[in-house]
Design a binder for this molecule. Structure first.
Ligand code: C5P
Length: 396
């Protein structure tokens, strides 16, 4: 199986233009994309667009003689990781629900030996039409993944359910569906981003943290089948797919949110850059500047991670360590001090804000180095590592 081959089916709908962007996203992520269009789809966007974007021949016709064996409905899906149909029209959904095969795409779907995912797109009334709802229920019962539809303004001017999801959302759902479900049924609680400790009405103390690593781990945990709660300091990132996000500012607020959620979690991952101190008496008003030295009284913040790991029936706890020197030595000492089965040592100081990272995983068995890679790849490997260690540490 080539995990990187995807068949993208496109059926008739104005949302077909979004599939050009979806093709681009898939190709950029390294997928080998083979586009198959229904005849109706070609009235909305031309085959040339998809051929240019995918770099592969686009098929529309069951009787296309370009394949030597004349069986595109069989060999196009062989070796593919999935068939994704976006947009999926009401007519196409009805065909698949009834096993009808009257064009290349519906025949290819019936003959596939890989998962099928669809992103419906239609007018809100068509979406709610009882036969369509019955067909969708049938597809779900048959194990087809349904992405969306979204809600909002439609091309016809009406407002409601039926819009196709945006290309990026479909891409994220597809990637999630393809990941192994190593944390299925597990509940994961994470902290991410910086905390902000108020000095006065406009100033505060914070740490440098984009939140990217924590958000990538939240996404990877969801992709692995976990239920994910993300307690996040202020970042500029969108909520990761599948996560329930609780926004906080200060370490105290982060602690309160964690305490409210921790009993219901199996795995706790502290990725947040929690400020070590808070200001004892923050000023309600902006402190006026004058010629004198300003003294702030700082008190240590609670260690959220150490607090969680020392609870009776503690969840499986994972910590992070960023050090400017003696990284592995300090990190292992931190792991033992905070009683963590797993600690992630950040190898690169300039990982802050970057899209890549390089880390060493420290656990009772030793060190595992994860070489420089996009944060989502590091996050998926970390999740796989947690899934390997978890059963030995926790007995459900
Ligand atoms: O002690 P240090 O701050 O280096 O530890 C880093 C790890 O501990 C991270 O996983 C971080 O999220 C967590 N931590 C915490 N609460 C604090 C300080 C750190 O949860 N007050």
């Amino acid at each position: 199986m080539n995990q990187k081959k995807i068949v993208l089916g496109i059926t008739g709908g104005v949302a077909a233009y979004k599939s050009a962007e979806l093709t681009r996203l898939l190709v950029k992520a390294g997928y080998d994309v083979h586009v198959v269009m229904s005849e109706a789809a070609t009235h909305f966007v031309g085959t040339v667009t998809f051929q240019a974007l995918s770099g592969n021949i686009v098929y529309t016709d069951q009787w296309d003689a370009r394949r030597p064996n004349n069986m595109p409905h069989i060999d196009l899906t062989r070796g593919a990781a999935a068939v994704i149909v976006a947009p999926a029209s009401a007519d196409f959904i009805a065909k698949v629900a009834h096993g009808q095969c009257d064009d290349l795409l519906s025949t290819l779907v019936a003959a596939r030996d890989c998962p099928l995912m669809i992103a419906p797109a239609m007018n809100r009334q068509m979406w709610e039409n009882p036969p369509n709802q019955r067909n969708i229920a049938q597809l779900k019962a048959d194990g087809v993944s349904i992405f969306g539809p979204g809600n909002g303004e439609q091309a016809c001017g009406e407002v409601g359910d039926g819009r196709m999801l945006e290309a990026q959302d479909i891409f994220d759902h597809l990637e999630a569906a393809l990941q192994p479900k190593v944390l299925k049924g597990k509940r994961v609680l994470l902290t991410a981003g910086p905390t902000f400790e108020r000095i006065d009405a406009v100033r505060g103390i914070t740490n440098t943290s984009s939140g990217k690593m924590g958000y990538a781990i939240a996404r990877a945990a969801y992709e692995a089948g976990a239920e994910v709660v993300l307690v996040s300091g202020e970042t500029s990132l969108p909520t990761p797919i599948g996560a329930r996000q609780i926004d906080v500012k200060s370490a105290q607020q982060m602690l309160t949110a964690v305490e409210a959620e921790v009993d219901a979690c199996d795995i706790f991952i502290g990725v947040a850059a929690v400020a070590d101190y808070y200001v004892l008496n923050p000023s309600e008003q902006k402190i006026k500047k004058d010629a004198h030295i300003l003294t702030l009284e700082l008190a240590p913040n609670p260690d959220i991670l150490a607090g969680v790991s020392s609870r009776p029936n503690a969840p499986f706890c994972v910590g992070f360590a960023a050090e400017s020197e003696n990284l592995l030595e300090y990190a292992e000492a931190k792991r033992l001090r905070k009683k963590l089965p797993l600690l992630v040592a950040n190898l690169v100081q300039n990982a802050f804000g970057a899209d890549t990272n390089e880390v060493v995983l420290l656990d009772d068995h030793g060190e595992t180095r994860l070489h420089s890679a996009p944060k989502i790849d590091i996050a998926r490997k970390l999740v796989a590592h947690i899934a390997r260690l978890y059963p030995n540490v926790k007995q459900d």
